[in-house]
Design a protein around this ligand. Structure first.
Ligand code: ATP
Length: 261
């Protein structure tokens, strides 16, 4: 079975994982992951705590060692070391936002090659804060700096964003997710790790659900959103795969592909 979304079969994915396994100290945390992100798509990567979402992003970025399988970038095997993947157009917003406390907001933006004027166009609330030290910014402001830097650096073809919403008020989360959606509408591909499944699905085109290091569901975002309560209960509430299988009732496999796609 093709693992490309049917409507885009024939188009080259921006980024693709084929049978990707990665982990730490010789132990695999993610196993045989097949996923792809097409230009123009937001793809949500969901899963309970410890499922391997961050590890997946890090393996795609070259920050965690790939044990087997391959990462493809614009149709070619990606073999560059991590520090050169950003130069190829892979933008990463890690969980900790990577804003340097001692540098001003504007220097933080410049540090990653971000464009200040474009950042302000994206988040006008950053303009009066440009001289403020990174460490004095609120969590939401830091996240805007991190996201603006990732989106305005050149080139920026794909965004890998990890828990943008962590610790932030809903109104800020919505601002960030709107910026993510706009980035995809502008032609980028986005892989979005997010604990708030409903919020992520509301801006996503497709989603993968990772459980115990394996992809359990690959689906259109709308299909999952229709039964978000069940998704939460069956897959995202920290249950093991065995727990979730033991539960009666599951997603309709006609609308939700449960086998490796
Ligand atoms: P969360 O939603 O809690 O952030 P996650 O789905 O992003 O979780 P990962 O952070 O990828 O999951 O972690 C997957 C597993 O790998 C966990 O069991 C975690 O303890 C382990 N792990 C993560 N980083 C390391 C590391 N540097 N060394 C060893 N084990 C690690």
């Amino acid at each position: 079975m093709s693992h490309l979304p049917a409507e885009t079969a024939g188009t080259t994915p921006l980024v693709e994982a084929r049978k990707l396994s990665a982990g730490y100290g010789g132990l695999a945390v993610i196993r045989d992951i097949d996923l792809c992100v097409m230009p123009g798509e937001v793809v949500a990567l969901l899963g309970p705590n410890g499922a391997g979402k961050t590890t997946t992003l890090r393996a795609l970025m070259g920050a965690t060692r790939v044990q087997s399988g391959d990462v493809y970038w614009q149709g070619e095997p990606m073999t560059l070391p991590m520090d050169r993947r950003a130069g190829a157009g892979m933008s990463y917003v890690p969980e900790d936002r990577a804003v340097i406390n001692s540098l001003s907001a504007s220097d933080n933006l410049r540090l990653g090659g971000g464009d200040i004027a474009e950042s302000i166009a994206l988040f006008p609330e950053l303009e009066p804060l440009l001289d403020r030290r990174g460490g004095l910014l609120s969590g939401g402001e830091m996240q805007m700096v991190a996201l603006a830097r990732a989106l305005t650096r050149k080139p920026s073809f794909a965004l890998f964003a990890d828990e943008l919403s962590f610790g932030l008020a809903p109104v800020i989360v919505n601002r960030l997710l709107d910026a993510v959606r706009a980035a995809a509408d502008d032609g980028r591909g986005v892989l979005l790790v997010e604990q708030h499944a409903e919020k992520a699905l509301s801006v996503a085109d497709r989603a993968y659900v990772l459980v115990n290091g394996r992809i359990e569901i690959a689906s259109d975002a709308n299909e999952l959103l229709r039964d978000a309560a069940r998704l939460e209960q069956q897959y995202l509430g920290g249950l093991t795969r065995e727990d979730s299988r033991a539960r009666t009732g599951s997603f309709n496999s006609a609308s939700v592909r449960t086998e490796p796609h």
